[in-house]
Design a protein around this ligand. Structure first.
Ligand SMILES: [Fe+2]
Length: 143
């Protein structure tokens, strides 16, 4: 079952950011499918670790854009990113120590987080950058 459904109102106006968001949705769905089909724990851990790595790359991309354009909401936005990564890393650590059993509440929570964050912090950031009339969202850095 698909849990993370993409909607047009999640689009930010930046194709690369949108592609990264869609990839995260795909990864949440793959994790959800693995959980629902009682996949081996190692597979679940690998899916979660892969998703975490992509999330780190994506957050670095957004954070570089914000810094390059002196986005005033940078500190708060980065804190929101850091908080999610801390939770995901804690989950991975607990899985590695066999202290956690993952259920679909994890993918439901990730889906809700993504939808809320994209429609909140991310779209606000992109609106700010577009209002500055910068060449659309080309960071000078390579994340
Ligand atoms: Fe973000």
């Amino acid at each position: 079952m698909t849990i993370a459904h993409w909607h047009d109102d999640y689009c930010t106006g930046d194709d690369r950011i949108d592609r990264e968001h869609r990839s995260l949705f795909d990864m949440v769905n793959a994790l959800h499918h693995a959980l629902e089909s009682s996949a081996p724990l190692l597979d679940i851990r690998d899916l979660l670790t892969t998703m975490a790595a992509h999330t780190v790359d994506h957050f670095r991309h957004e954070e570089a854009l914000m810094q390059d354009h002196q986005y005033p909401g940078y500190a708060r936005h980065k804190q929101v990113h850091d908080n999610l990564l801390a939770k995901v890393n804690s989950l991975i650590n607990r899985l590695e120590r066999d202290e956690a059993v993952l259920g679909s509440e994890v993918t439901a929570c990730l889906t809700e987080w993504l939808a809320h964050h994209i429609r909140g912090e991310d779209q606000s950031m992109i609106r700010f950058l577009q209002a500055q009339n910068q060449p659309l969202l080309q960071s000078t850095r390579t994340p």
